[in-house]
Design a protein around this ligand. Structure first.
Ligand code: ZN
Length: 134
């Protein structure tokens, strides 16, 4: 079951600049930076009482974020929902006619993630994420 917004992903062209902007906006700096090599992105996380903002900067010209920036410039990239069991939730959604992009994989911030295609979600790229048990 989808219970809450885990984070909002924002594509940025220049992480150094965007981090200055968000630190001013939110009044505190990011608490974590992580490279996700499989996606060709550097991620920066801000925590707002449990809902996070994830800034995404491409580290590779073939990364989905590089393509997004090229086509649409900076802005909101995806909405991520927390799920307890990503396999169960994905099965439920696929049965209802939603389409996934790729397979379940390891994402940033110790999560298993999978994306739903925006053509089946009213234009919003949706990420499902499940915490990986330590
Ligand atoms: Zn995300």
């Amino acid at each position: 079951m989808i219970k809450k917004v885990e984070h909002i992903g924002i594509a940025v062209a220049n992480a150094e600049h965007a981090n200055e902007v968000f630190a001013k906006l939110l009044g505190h700096t990011h608490y974590k930076m992580e490279n996700v090599e499989s996606e060709g992105v550097a991620t920066y996380f801000y925590d707002l009482n449990g809902t996070k903002i994830e800034l995404l900067e491409a580290t590779d010209s073939t990364s989905p974020i590089a393509k997004f920036i090229e086509k649409r410039k900076e802005g909101i990239h995806h909405l991520a929902f927390h799920v307890d069991d990503i396999n169960e939730e994905l099965d439920r959604l696929l049965e209802l006619g939603f389409e996934k992009i790729g397979e379940i994989k390891k994402g940033a911030d110790n999560k298993l993630i999978c994306f739903l295609h925006p053509k089946t979600t009213s234009g919003v790229l949706v990420e499902l994420c499940q915490e990986i048990d330590q």
